[in-house]
Design a protein around this ligand. Sequence first.
Ligand SMILES: NC(=O)c1ccc[n+]([C@@H]2O[C@H](COP(=O)([O-])OP(=O)(O)OC[C@H]3O[C@@H](n4cnc5c(N)ncnc54)[C@H](OP(=O)(O)O)[C@@H]3O)[C@@H](O)[C@H]2O)c1
Length: 275
Amino acid sequence: MTDHYAVIGNPVAHSKSPAIHAAFAHQTGQHLEYGRILGSLDDFAGDVRRFVAEGGRGLNVTVPFKQQAWDLLGDRSPRAEAAGAVNTIIVLDGGLLRGDNTDGVGLVRDLAANQGFDFDGKRVLLLGAGGAARGALGPLLEAGPTALILANRTAAKAVELAATAADARVRGCALDELSGQRFDLIINATSIGLAGSTPAIPDDCLAEGGWTYDMFYGDEPTPFCRWGTEHGAARALDGLGMLVEQAAESFALWRGVRPRTPPVIELLRSGAPER
Ligand SMILES: NC(=O)c1ccc[n+]([C@@H]2O[C@H](COP(=O)([O-])OP(=O)(O)OC[C@H]3O[C@@H](n4cnc5c(N)ncnc54)[C@H](OP(=O)(O)O)[C@@H]3O)[C@@H](O)[C@H]2O)c1
């Protein structure tokens, strides 16, 4: 029998996850179907229950349900617990549900393994304090930077998030407190790209040879990728690689097989038709 998986979000029609998981399944010889579910804004729990009752084996959760998924699931991995958000639901034998968060590990894998960024001794600026930033915090610290500064429009949220790390390398502040500081890597984990804009950070906060990384992605260079290029970034990357890496981690959790990601990233970059 073919196992069923899906991404649940609202909206969800634009999601690249079905194409990514179809490519992983083909590559690894796994038999599965992966679809899209347009989640109802007032009954996310009901949608999940129905999917499981119909025999579904796992879900990816996207905007705006990651926090609701966290609330719904009592059994959460430590990294989901720390992130306060669930992007992967695993249906265990007997229909029990476990929540995980693969976004942060996906970000770090894309930066370190795919792009070759060496975090050792580096100063990193993480912009934003929402779900994506929360998920990234632990994996970024494990990667070994010297300093990790969290800056957010609403400063209190960055300060609060920094405190959860209980790590001397981490500090939270407002966007306008960054003047005079330089960073080797600036990661945009805000949703401002959707509005076609970039966070208000000082023009000179990227160190010479520094990189920028936008979790947002699109067919064209994102506004923050353009900011990086215009401000001398040695590399200005978007979040497509992160998207594929977080999917690969979910796939490995569900299927016990880790797909190779570079060909799938390449496939998406080439604009191959999506399902
Ligand atoms: N590539 C991937 O695989 C991947 C995975 C996850 C997320 N993402 C992307 O990451 C981004 C953030 O997602 P999320 O789930 O963390 O969203 P979220 O929880 O809604 O958080 C949004 C963040 O953006 C900030 N923000 C929003 N508008 C802003 C503005 N005009 N100026 C400055 N800051 C602004 C918010 O600041 P306040 O606290 O002040 O409101 C908050 O920190 C999205 O673009 C999402 O697509 C990508």
